[in-house]
Structure formats: C-alpha cells, structure tokens
Design a protein around this ligand. Structure first.
Ligand code: SF4
Length: 191
C-alpha cells in the first residue's frame, strides 16, 4: 500500500512510467528485505536470548500454528516415522524430499499430515514420536545457532516454562547443546 502510494507519487511528479515502475519495485524489494532482516535476523535471535536468559517464558497455547510450518526431519525422525507408518499401514505419503532434505508432508491447506482436531483443539496424532523440530519449537535451529519464532503466541513475560524447563520437558537438552555448543550450563543446571 505504502509502496504503491510512493510509486504513484513519483509518477505524478513526472518521472515517467519506467522510472515510476523501477521506484515501485525498489520500494517493494527494500521493504521485503527490511522485514526479513528485522524478523528473521534480529527479532528471532533476540527473543532466543530473552528466553535463554529468563526474560521471557513459553507456554504452548495449542494454537496449532507450528503444525502449519514446514517440518524438517533428521535421520532418526525419518526412521521412527516410517516405522510408525508401516505399522499403522498408512497408505498416504507422510514424508517428502526436497533437494537433499526431508520434510513432513503437508495437506493442501498447509497443515501437517499428522495434525488432527479434537473439537476445535489441534492434536498431534504422533505426539509421542513427534519429530525433533516439533519438540524444539518455538526454538528453531539455524546453523550453529538457535532462534525463536517471534510470532509464537505462547511467548510470554510472566508465565509458562523457563528455557531450562523447556529443555527438560521436551527432552531436547542434549540436542540443543550439540547444536550450539554454548549453553551447556543451562542444560546441566536443569538436569
Ligand atoms: S508432527 Fe505433530 S507436532 Fe509436529 S507439525 Fe505434525 S502435527 Fe504438529
């Protein structure tokens, strides 16, 4: 909306159609870059720092939002889930490959293939063997760092699990330590 207004203003100032379009595209691209840089490169890591240091907590509000994200699978996840699918005689494809990575398949609306509902409440039908990415959430590994989904509505200042409790209840302490190699003290303190 703002980009369109600026483009129109430039056009009206007689810069011509080509210049106006170039200005519009530039504003659009710049806006996308700034939004990406702010949310993905700044806020997500800042929220992680706040979580790890105790400034914020996390309490799942069962909104199901994370079950609409792409879920990357590790080798252990794949073995466990394929074994489950075979035992249950599932005929639908539950894992897909993209490039060199494996992901949980999603339904046409974007929901995870294992997401079901109990009334209005989202429910994971493979909760006890859910992938590491689901255990970690709202933590998201990025290279040798971790970030936190800044849009997760379960991030709160005053209630919910502390970072240490999250590592214990989700049984992800050793994984987090392996990824970061930096926050051993948090895991050791909570063990
Ligand atoms: S495996 Fe379960 S927790 Fe993970 S995205 Fe699918 S439904 Fe959600």
């Amino acid at each position: 909306m703002g980009g369109a207004a600026i483009g129109l203003a430039v056009y009206l100032l007689n810069f011509g159609l080509a210049t106006s379009l170039a200005a519009l595209v530039s504003v659009f691209v710049l806006t996308r870059v700034l939004v990406y840089a702010y949310f993905e490169r700044y806020l997500a890591f800042k929220v992680f720092d706040d979580f790890a240091s105790g400034r914020v907590r996390h309490e799942c509000v069962a909104c199901g939002a994370s079950c609409h994200l792409r879920v990357n699978l590790g080798k252990d996840d794949i073995e466990r889930i394929l074994k489950y699918a075979k035992e249950k005689g599932l005929e639908e494809t539950v894992i897909e490959k993209s490039g060199s990575k494996f992901w949980l398949k999603r339904k046409s609306g974007g929901a995870c293939v294992f997401l079901t509902y109990s009334g209005n409440l989202p429910r994971c039908s493979i909760y006890s063997i859910r992938p590491m990415a689901c255990r970690l959430f709202p933590l998201i590994p990025q290279g040798s760092r971790l970030k936190v989904d800044p849009f997760c509505p379960g991030i709160r200042r005053d209630q919910g699990h502390t970072f240490k409790e999250h590592l214990v209840t989700q049984e992800v302490g050793s994984y987090v330590r392996r990824v970061t190699g930096k926050i051993q003290s948090a895991e050791t303190a909570s063990a």
